[in-house]
Ligand binder design. Structure first.
Ligand code: FHN
Length: 400
């Protein structure tokens, strides 16, 4: 089909071959951590569950309907005054991730509520105003980097509480002025993150679906250019921006926008061909949904270690990275179920990691029993099958 003229399309080749991107392709397993003020309520408040009133645990600020506590938004916006995670130990998190076999991690610097976990100069709604005061982003970056785990920063453009934020395209001069101020604020925070944490390898952007941001494609195109110029090798996913026709993730010619596809969230592609040769990650919750801490997992199907191992192998067999989400509580402790799964995953990885790290898709008809991966066409391939009900899964190296 005729190529369309796209002025605000991709800024990087479809298949980057620089060392940073080759390392991204080799990760295999990553950890996502969603942490912020929403960890304090843990998807409930004064014994009332928000399960019926908010889309997900980290969306609890939007809790509405008859179950929502009176004056909830005000209560939520004041939670920063209570944020003082007594048990938070970034080194313990990083050690757990290391033992689990994670090669990179994605950490929420700021989710949709706009509360910054770093001492940003550009907003007062940040960690220094909480009793905890200290720079959590720095603690996490330092601890994981010390363990040899690469750090990517999750950044939500969308900010529910920012008076300058708009969801729709700015129309009036006043709206344009306000939103331009918001765009500049966003750019300032991103440049600040790169200045403060130069060790990071990339960004995981989120909250970029509103028309206000979609129509600001000239700004976002130039912002991506500036971020990449400031931090050579920076890795940015497909969720950051769109082209001038509003096409997100892929431009109007189907070319990926960014370095890896960020579309696989809580679901996996079934065919390798669907990926069209692009790099990608799959981010996964242990409960059905809910990225932030949820006190109560009862009544929900929460994925078993075997479920997650199967997803991991399905992902890496199709050249993706599988990123498992953890939602620490308001004191900085992981959910007890998350600790169990991290241990079991790690035990399996200690035996099978060679079939996960640095592997690529095998061009064979899909096996009915598990997944194929391979490191080097001449060294044979791995055939991993996840036994249905035992933890000690086997793999055999089939030398071609
Ligand atoms: O709205 C967010 C959600 O809270 C969570 O952060 C996930 C993680 O991938 N991203 C958005 C939903 O697509």
């Amino acid at each position: 089909t005729e190529k369309k003229e796209v002025k605000y399309g991709t800024l990087t080749p479809k298949h980057r071959t620089d060392p940073a991107m080759e390392k991204f392709r080799d990760y295999g397993l990553g950890q996502f951590i969603h942490w912020g003020l929403y960890a304090i309520p843990g998807n409930e408040w004064e014994g009332v569950s928000a399960r019926k009133g908010a889309a997900a645990s980290e969306w609890i600020r939007t809790w509405s309907g008859e179950t929502a506590p009176k004056g909830w938004k005000k209560t939520y916006d004041n939670l920063y005054k209570k944020f003082d995670p007594k048990d938070f130990d970034a080194n313990a998190w990083a050690k757990q991730a290391k033992d689990m076999g994670a090669k990179y991690m994605i950490f929420t610097t700021k989710q949709h509520d706009g509360f910054a976990l770093w001492p940003t100069k550009y907003s007062d709604y940040n960690i220094t105003k909480s009793p905890y005061k200290k720079d959590i982003v720095k603690e996490v970056v330092d601890a994981y980097t010390a363990q040899g785990i690469d750090v990517y920063l999750y950044f939500s453009v969308l900010e529910w509480n920012n008076p300058d934020y708009l969801t729709k395209e700015p129309q009036t001069e006043e709206e344009k002025k306000k939103y331009n101020k918001f765009l500049q604020y966003t750019k300032n925070q991103l440049m600040e993150l790169l200045d403060l944490y130069p060790e990071i390898k990339g960004f995981w952007f989120d909250g970029t679906w509103d028309q206000s941001w979609v129509k600001a494609y000239d700004f976002t195109y130039n912002l991506e250019k500036e971020l990449r110029a400031k931090h050579p090798g920076l890795i940015i996913g497909s969720r950051f921006r769109n082209d001038e026709f509003g096409k997100r993730h892929f431009d109007s010619n189907g070319e990926i926008l960014g370095d890896y596809e960020q579309g696989w969230e809580r679901k996996l592609p079934q065919e390798y061909e669907w990926l069209d040769g692009n790099d990608w990650d799959a981010v996964m919750t242990i409960p059905p949904n809910g990225w932030g801490y949820m006190k109560d997992w009862s009544g929900l199907y929460t994925k078993t270690t075997d479920d997650l191992l199967d997803m991991l192998m399905q992902t890496v067999s199709m050249n993706g990275n599988f990123v498992l989400n953890f939602g620490p509580d308001g004191n900085g402790l992981m959910h007890p179920e998350e600790d169990i799964i991290a241990k079991e995953l790690g035990d399996w990885m200690k035996v099978n990691a060679e079939a996960v790290y640095g592997v690529r898709h095998v061009d064979l008809p899909k096996t009915k029993l598990g997944y194929y991966t391979q490191k080097d066409k001449n060294l044979g391939l791995y055939h991993i099958y996840i036994s249905v009900n035992i933890r000690s899964n086997q793999f055999l190296r089939v030398c071609g």
